[in-house]
Design a binder for this molecule. Structure first.
Ligand SMILES: [Zn+2]
Ligand SMILES: [Zn+2]
Ligand SMILES: [Zn+2]
Length: 537
């Protein structure tokens, strides 16, 4: 589903020089552009000559911005404040819609809008009237916001209001009758913005801007989402991560699913004012009124242990990944030498073994980082590769959870998010130092952890797969074994990214899938030109 922002999204000041403020296209670094590209506009953004602060692809994008909003903000020194900027943009957008002077900047900013919007039968995003209407219905939770925050909003609202009067922004609609909205109304806008805003990210999931997308905000949250929010320029795309049944709720996630239970609950409560009742959190809410039928029969004296045993499916996940122990002393302190020893034990899977879907695997005697990696990858990757249905995949995943729960594991527990965080930063260090073998092993471990925590088609899984495949391919000493595994992981990556990023041409998300395919061709050539020994065990 495509939906639009209520007003032009606000780029983080630190990201302004890398993105066009109108179409949000990413600037190609001059060095890379020099080798491949033709026109100057493709590699360098042009700066507004008056404020020297905002960047645009070219004259066209600048003109759209100037007529649409930039002339009203160009000289405003307060625009360095994100809340201030967003509020001012929202007010201007709503007023221009009310007085009929709104021009659709989105379709005029994207020269290829006609093709990008309608290929594959996708309808254009909703009309702005609807966007604005939905914004008026969103919850701002201003009654539960703390007084300090509201005081801050009031100060911002007052400043925005005075500034709009000072620059003589035309409030000529019948609703406004020459006046900007009252400070109280502006505070409501800010509250609504804060409970419903989105961080806009690029294809690599790096955030760069904040946006108000009222229609996208209607989707509820789940810690096990079946949809993901992506962006094409400044259009928001809500993509299904799996087959969704008729009548089943479509949920995205407001927080990172890799965050532990307590932290997630805190984040959701502080920013969005709710307790999560998703399939992963449900158990937490027992005894709070809307629990499942079966738990009503629970006797009060039932011990915690018995309650744990009753947990099934996603409800086990948080128990599994909980814990902050890592390092030789379990105090969370790790160093390179110790980490190297932990991850070196991992045996890279053979490419062939990731293709064969078999019955559920027997769990190892004890879960270490090595046996965990091998067990998860062999259990789940073949199902993803074969395009198993969601029900089949879930059944396998829950079987995996059950085994992880009932089998002994080494100390520190290998599958906590703490271990994952350390592994991720060590993975990046190894990539920097071109220690490809070790990087590949850690990369496989991280992939296993991701598959345990995130939906299989989550963009993070695909992006990580691509990095892992490159690392494997770079491990020249490992010869064809590593090349074959790289090819297998690329196939997995492509499958995932097609779902998470789509295949739209001329869009940064879709381009990523094509980048993976181009890389696959290179690897394929290498595989084709060498004799294929039987895959190693
Ligand atoms: Zn542009
Ligand atoms: Zn300017
Ligand atoms: Zn939840």
């Amino acid at each position: 589903m495509r939906s639009r922002p209520l007003c032009n999204p606000v780029l983080f000041p630190t990201h302004r020089s890398q993105h066009c403020e109108t179409c949000f296209k990413t600037r190609i670094p001059a060095s890379a552009a020099a080798a491949t590209t033709t026109s100057k506009s493709a590699r360098e953004l042009e700066r507004c000559s008056v404020c020297k602060k905002r960047y645009y692809c070219d004259r066209t994008c600048f003109t759209v911005a100037w007529k649409g909003w930039h002339r009203w903000i160009c000289a405003d020194k307060d625009m360095e404040d994100l809340d201030y900027e967003m509020l001012k943009m929202i007010v201007m957008s709503i007023e221009r819609l009310r007085n009929g002077s709104f021009r659709d900047t989105i379709s005029s900013a994207a020269p290829d809008a006609s093709t990008t919007a309608t290929t594959a039968g996708m309808p254009l995003q909703e009309p702005l009237e609807l966007t604005a209407y939905v914004f008026s219905t969103l919850m701002g939770h201003s009654t539960v916001s703390d007084p300090g925050t509201l005081a801050k909003y009031e100060e911002i609202a007052t400043r925005v209001r005075e500034q709009l009067i000072q620059i003589k922004f035309p409030f000529k609609s019948s609703v406004s009758q020459g006046e900007p909205p009252s400070v109280q109304e502006l505070i409501q806008y800010l509250c609504r913005f804060h409970c419903n805003n989105f961080s806009i990210h690029d294809a690599q999931l790096f955030t760069m801007a904040e946006g108000t997308f009222p229609v996208g905000a209607l989707f509820n949250h789940s810690c096990r989402p079946n949809a993901i929010v992506m962006y094409e320029g400044q259009i928001q795309i809500v993509r299904a991560l799996e087959d969704i049944e008729v009548g089943q709720e479509v949920c995205s996630s407001y927080v990172d699913n890799g965050v532990q239970r307590q932290e997630r609950r805190l984040l959701l409560k502080e920013k969005y004012y709710f307790d999560c009742h998703c399939p992963r959190c449900e158990e937490e809410e027992e005894g709070e009124g809307d629990e499942k039928e079966e738990s009503k029969d629970m006797v009060e004296s039932e011990s915690k242990k018995t309650a744990d045993q009753r947990k099934t499916g996603f409800r086990i996940l948080d128990d599994l990944i909980e814990g902050d122990q890592d390092g030789p002393n379990g105090d969370g302190k790790v160093d390179g030498e110790w980490l190297t020893k932990q991850f070196e034990a991992i045996i890279l899977p053979g490419a062939k073994s990731l293709q064969m879907v078999g019955p559920p695997l027997k769990a190892p005697k004890i879960f270490t980082r090595a046996s965990f990696t091998s067990y998860i990858l062999h259990s789940l990757v073949p199902l993803i590769q074969s395009g198993a249905t969601e029900a089949e995949y879930r059944a396998r995943l829950f079987d995996v959870y059950g085994k992880l729960q009932s089998t002994e594991h080494c100390q520190p527990k290998p599958f906590t998010t703490t271990v994952m965080t350390h592994a991720t930063s060590f993975f990046n260090t190894c990539l920097e130092h071109q220690s490809w073998r070790l990087a590949s092993k850690i990369g496989c471990f991280i992939l296993a952890q991701y598959l345990m925590i995130y939906p299989r088609h989550h963009p993070l899984v695909g992006l990580h797969g691509f990095t892992l495949a490159k690392s494997l391919w770079n491990d020249v000493e490992a010869g064809m074994t590593s090349v074959r595994l790289s090819y297998e992981i690329l196939g997995l990556t492509r499958r995932i990214l097609k779902v998470s990023h789509g295949i739209q041409r001329g869009d940064e998300n879709g381009d990523l899938v094509r980048e993976v395919e181009a890389f696959m061709k290179t690897v394929e050539t290498e595989l084709g030109s060498s004799p294929l020994p039987s895959p190693s065990a």
